[in-house]
Design a protein around this ligand. Structure first.
Ligand SMILES: Nc1ncnc2c1ncn2[C@@H]1O[C@H](COP(=O)(O)OP(=O)(O)OP(=O)(O)O)[C@@H](O)[C@H]1O
Ligand SMILES: [Mg+2]
Length: 403
């Protein structure tokens, strides 16, 4: 049995930083404290001002430490942004030993061969996730250890990221005195928090519509099939309202959250209703028209991530929406209209402890990072991927000694 440990996850979002400390006992994740603060210095999921981002992260960290009573020393950190790309790759090795028995060493060898994708010097492999194995052509094998064969094939999902973007993020985290346990692609993290095993098996698309990015992951046959990050989300909705209705950004944001809906207007209040916010006025119909146009565009962009002709067969479980912007009234109905598939809004589940305010779609990534951490605790971390020079490690070890 694994002993109880504490884990920390930091979701450095475009609009908020969410630090969660949890006690983990096998698969049981019990939240001990949360620190949520507004985020500065971020744009479309990327660090654009290191000092501002660092200060926001520090505030969130301090809150989480005070709430949990733990001193945080390391964390699982989410990565997003349009610099992220993914592809499905294959690898194969021969089983040359006399007994032709597949051993765990062979899994390592075959995974290595599938990781050798050509990436330019400014990019690195962030994840190489095993989708399935084949032994002598028999495909769909989840664990081939102990099987007999001459040839072992593996299918992987390889995610690459721009080194510079990752370095900016890691620099912020490390400058507040934290070690990085692992960097995790945010669409993968969110999927851990809101998707069911059934949905992943049948085929499902997850869209985490946040403030600056829409993070997409597609699952089929229980494995990851595709991941993507679109640089459009809630921020663009608010900006459209601000420009379209001539309102300050903050007023437009309040109006969107309080009154916004993408349902047909007649299902809501009277078309002629007028809204007042902070001394500014607007028509309810105008607000909803603007939101509908942009949300429809986002939904169509999500759909473009799937092969046009066969998406119904690929994702019969439909679309699961999460992220703060999925709180917008009528998102699921609009999704069903456009995709002609089941659509639901997903909030984090399977977490316990002081987790009440985490049961909102906006915290799917933060909670998912924790679940990812609990599952992958003993596996290789970011350090082995060489995103940042060794001196960072040495510096943090020295800091840890002084602490
Ligand atoms: N009730 C609501 N109606 C409409 N939009 C909402 C509502 N609540 C939150 N939002 C929007 O959700 C967005 C923030 O979502 P979230 O917290 O998931 O983003 P983030 O993680 O900070 O950013 P990102 O993941 O894109 O980097 C904001 O644009 C906010 O306006
Ligand atoms: Mg987010």
């Amino acid at each position: 049995m694994r002993k109880r440990t504490t884990l920390t996850a930091i979701d450095v979002g475009t609009t908020k930083i969410c630090t969660i400390v949890a006690e983990v006992n096998d698969a049981d994740v019990r939240v001990a404290g949360v620190g949520i603060t507004p985020s500065n210095g971020m744009h479309k999921g990327l660090v654009v001002n290191i000092n501002d981002a660092r200060d926001s992260i520090r505030r969130s960290l301090i809150k989480a430490e005070q709430a949990s009573g733990y001193k945080i020393e390391s964390a699982y950190v989410g990565v997003t942004g349009r610099h992220v790309t993914s592809l499905n790759n294959r690898g194969a090795v021969a089983i040359t030993r006399n007994d032709r028995l597949v051993r765990s060493d062979d899994l390592k060898r075959v995974l290595q061969s599938a990781q050798s994708v050509k990436v330019s010097g400014d990019r690195k492999v962030l994840h190489a996730i095993t989708r399935s194995y084949a032994v002598d052509g028999q495909s769909g094998v989840k664990n081939p250890v102990g099987m007999h064969g001459f040839r072992l094939d593996v299918e992987t999902h390889v995610i690459t990221a721009a080194v510079a973007s990752i370095q900016n993020l890691t620099k912020c985290i490390r400058s507040v005195g934290l070690d990085i346990e692992d960097l995790v692609l945010e669409p993968l993290a969110s999927s851990e928090a809101v998707l069911t095993e059934d949905e992943k098996q049948v085929g499902v698309i997850l869209a985490d519509i946040g403030g600056g990015t829409t993070d997409i992951s597609v699952f089929k046959d229980g494995s990851i099939w595709h991941t993507a990050v679109l640089p459009v989300a809630g921020y663009q909705l608010t900006r459209d309202i601000a420009i379209g209705l001539g309102l300050p950004f903050e007023v437009a944001e309040q109006m969107k959250k309080r009154h916004g809906s993408v349902l047909p207007v007649y299902e809501g209040r009277a078309e002629t209703a007028s809204l007042a916010e902070d001394g500014h006025g607007a028509s309810y119909q105008d607000l909803c028209d603007i939101l509908r146009a942009r949300v429809e565009e986002i939904m169509r962009l999500i759909l473009l991530e799937l092969p046009r002709s066969e998406y119904e067969a690929l994702v019969p479980a439909g679309l699961v929406l999460t992220g703060g912007s999925s709180n917008l009234s009528g998102m699921d109905a609009m999704g069903r209209d456009i995709l002609r598939l089941p659509v639901r809004v997903g909030s984090p589940t399977n977490i316990y402890g002081i987790a009440d305010n985490l049961r909102d779609p906006a915290y799917a990534t933060g909670v998912g990072l924790l679940i990812w951490g609990a599952k992958h605790q003993s596996q290789q971390g970011w350090k082995k991927r060489g995103f940042v020079g060794n001196w960072w490690n040495i510096a943090s070890r020295i800091r840890a000694l002084f602490r």
